[in-house]
Design a protein around this ligand. Structure first.
Ligand code: ADP
Ligand code: MG
Length: 703
């Protein structure tokens, strides 16, 4: 019979159950088929999975106090055993829960007012870590509403240590998971292969992998935890950057693009078409693009600029530069409304020029489409503007020189990839500012240009957060603006379930306005389920002022440009992300007139209120994007997952922003010195990159 002994990391071979990295969890000590099924729900199938399943947090027992050493008003923790739990009534609807905690013959109290339901959580003999500010009452130390963690029985002597806290799932318990991890560490951690060459570890001051794995699970102290985390975060981000770098490298090795030089003559001819002086940011962006397009290596640039910073003229510049050299251009946008608007704006800029543009949308009839595709294929058309209808396999160009993608954030990585193969030069624009670390991570194979200024005379939008009782006042203000000749938007609340519901809620909002506060004004309605023609008609009426108020869903979110519109109501604002609200608000910051935006929201929830108040205070899209990211988490709008990447296991794009930059630089350094990671010294590293990112980054044939 084998007796299982709990052993610490210092005797890695003593328990000897013979598990290997590939051993299925079912065969680990204390698991078995039932528990294996539950562990599989956490993605844990083999011993190796367990090693790389990182704690989401730690119970910090490094600084627990003896009750005798407590001090008034300092934040302190005590580890002890529950001796008694009493709940008493102290008045009508008021209660006091008192939990007596014993530690080495001394005792203290933890108390809660008016939280009777907590009583159930405590029982005699339970081991607790209580953290709070102690005060003395009647000679006894007391903590009011402390933070409490239940400590597993077997860890009651864990004083001075950090205990891992793992994400759990139904039927999996913290104590059990800790034992499984410990077992795997003891048995297998030494057989984990180091993926970095030794010299690399030394040069970057990184802990060896086996050591880092041991310490990320059961750190000896905070320093060893920090070192372990540093190593593992770095590794994760470096692998990602290497994946992106490999893709970039392969692309520039295989792809060539036409050299499209902006001679003085061409430059002057293009600029003559602009009715305004370009801003500094616009000029700098154009300089970047001109430098890129003048090379045979394909441009691959992301242009980031806040709403209204004037990205369209930059796209136009790049477009005309390509056309001047006889190349065709494809401009891809996420919505038909925007496609039509771009076509119209381009048409205005290009009046009396020989540039032939066309709109390719989902609403072309079959014969229209056949016609247009024919003209594209034989080169009769210079510029094609369209939605994803542009990336269908039957769309062929005679001589495509440039692809522009507007509002990049609305497209996934896959769609980008599809079009990518079509165009030699590639310009991506986004108005939803993406936190810089995220851009670098997700779009690490793109060069980035940022426009941080706005055309002259732009004013911040006056933004208000309101609840229902302010409605009447707001509509009065809104009507006054309309009577002064301005126009406005009303955005219906976002309903996640389906587009049909969106339309229903939009229709309700519309009816209420038409029969209520805006009954004297000309309203138009726009939503995603209308045909292209219908949308186009409404947009045209809004553009020339026949429609005074556009009542719509978020289809007006991206790109719509009507400078005379200066007021906006957003209903159900709590349902929108900050970046999205900022986009919406951007619709009324298009001209030199001040804009006014009121958000109506349900502010019951504190987090919502905090989020929306932050929005009211900040007019800076970059800042808001970072905030959004903080509030809603990376899994949301800019999450790696949404872009088709496997989720990050330990790195946090915001918290580890600095490491993202370092990893990017180091990855580039590695790839410069060893293109394709062909050196045998990098074989393992290369294998890991391909395993994780090979398919999403289409690196299948690298090397
Ligand atoms: P976005 O970056 O959000 O796509 P647009 O390109 O639609 O912004 O530009 C917003 C508005 O500002 C448009 O009406 C455009 O004509 C105008 N605009 C762009 N650049 C300038 C400039 N340098 N000076 C004045 N107005 C400009
Ligand atoms: Mg735009």
């Amino acid at each position: 019979m084998e007796i299982y002994v709990f052993d610490s990391m210092s005797h890695p071979t003593s328990s000897g159950s013979g598990a290997q990295l590939t051993t299925p969890v079912q065969f680990l000590k204390g698991v078995g088929p039932q528990r294996a099924i539950r562990l599989a729900n956490l993605g844990l199938r083999t011993a190796q999975d367990v090693l790389f399943f990182f704690p989401r947090d730690y119970q910090d027992l490094t600084d627990v106090r003896a009750i005798a050493d407590l001090e008034e008003d300092a934040l302190l923790s005590v580890l002890g055993e529950v001796e008694d739990v009493t709940l008493r009534s102290i008045g009508p609807g008021r209660s006091l829960l008192s939990v007596q905690i014993r530690q080495d013959g001394q005792w203290m109290r933890a108390v809660w007012f008016n939280q009777p339901f907590l009583e159930k959580k405590f029982f005699e003999g339970q081991c607790l870590l209580v953290a709070g500010k102690p005060s003395q009452r009647g000679g006894v130390w007391e903590m009011t509403h402390p933070h409490v963690e239940v400590i597993e029985q077997e860890d009651r002597d864990a004083e001075g240590r950090l205990l891992p806290v793992y994400p759990l799932t139904e039927g999996v318990y913290q104590g059990h998971l800790r034992r499984v991890v410990r077992e795997v560490l003891d048995e297998c951690v030494q057989s984990v292969e180091e993926i970095f060459p030794e010299s690399f570890l030394a040069e970057h001051h990184l802990a060896p992998l086996a050591e880092a794995l041991g310490n990320i699970h059961f750190p000896d102290n905070k320093t060893s935890l920090a070192n372990a985390r540093k190593r593992l975060v770095y590794q994760e981000l470096l692998l990602l950057q290497l994946g992106l770098g490999l893709r970039r490298q392969r692309r520039s090795a295989t792809a060539t693009a036409p050299v499209l030089e902006a001679t003085g003559k061409i430059d002057a001819r293009i600029r003559r078409r602009f009715p305004f002086e370009l801003t500094e940011g616009q000029n700098a962006a154009i300089a970047d693009i001109v430098a890129d397009m003048g090379k045979a290596c394909p441009m691959n640039r992301l242009l980031q600029g806040d709403v209204g910073s004037g990205k369209t003229v930059i796209a136009l510049y790049a477009t005309l530069l390509a056309v001047a050299h006889g190349c065709q251009v494809a401009i891809m946008v996420p919505t038909e409304v925007l496609a039509r608007q771009h076509a119209r704006v381009l048409g205005e800029f290009l009046q009396a020029s020989r540039v032939r543009t066309t709109l390719i949308s989902g609403s072309l009839t079959k014969s229209q489409r056949t016609n247009v595709l024919g003209e594209l294929k034989n080169g009769e058309i210079d510029v094609a503007i369209g939605t994803h209808a542009l990336v269908q396999p039957d769309v062929e160009f005679a001589n495509l020189g440039l692809v522009v993608i507007d509002e990049q954030h609305k497209f996934g990585v896959r769609q980008r990839a599809e079009l990518k193969d079509a165009g030699p030069h590639y310009l991506v624009m986004t108005a939803t500012p993406i936190p810089r670390t995220v851009t670098m991570t997700l779009f690490g194979d793109l060069d980035v240009t940022e426009i941080r200024d706005l055309p002259p005379g732009r004013q911040p939008v006056n933004t208000y957060l309101a609840t229902d009782e302010k409605r009447e006042k707001w509509w009065e203000f809104y009507r006054n603006k309309l009577s002064e000749g301005r126009q406005g938007y009303v955005i219906a609340p976002l309903i996640e379930e389906s587009e049909t519901w969106d339309v229903a809620s939009l229709s309700r909002v519309y009816e209420e306005l038409a029969n209520g506060p805006l009954s004297d004004y000309r309203l138009g309605m726009i939503h995603g389920r209308m045909s292209g023609k219908e949308k186009d008609a409404v947009m045209r009426q809004f553009n020339d002022g026949r429609v005074q108020v556009l009542v719509g869903t978020t289809v007006v979110e991206v790109g719509v440009d009507v400078p005379n519109a200066t007021v906006m109501t957003i209903e159900g604002a709590e349902r929108f992300g900050l970046a999205q609200l900022h986009q919406l608000r951007g619709r009324i910051r298009r001209g030199t007139l001040p804009g006014y935006c009121t958000l109506f929201a349900d502010l019951e929830n504190d987090a919502t209120a905090e989020r929306l108040e932050a929005f009211v205070k900040s007019g800076d899209g970059f800042e808001l994007a970072e905030l959004d990211f903080k509030f809603r988490g990376p899994g949301d709008l800019f999450g790696t997952r949404q872009h088709g990447f496997p989720p990050l296991r330990i790195a946090d794009l915001l918290r580890d922003a600095k490491v993202v930059q370092v990893a990017r630089r180091d990855a580039q350094g590695l790839l410069d010195a060893d293109p394709g990671l062909a050196n045998p010294e990098h074989a393992l590293l290369r294998q890991r990159v391909l395993r994780r990112y090979g398919s999403v980054l289409e690196l299948g044939d690298v090397g």
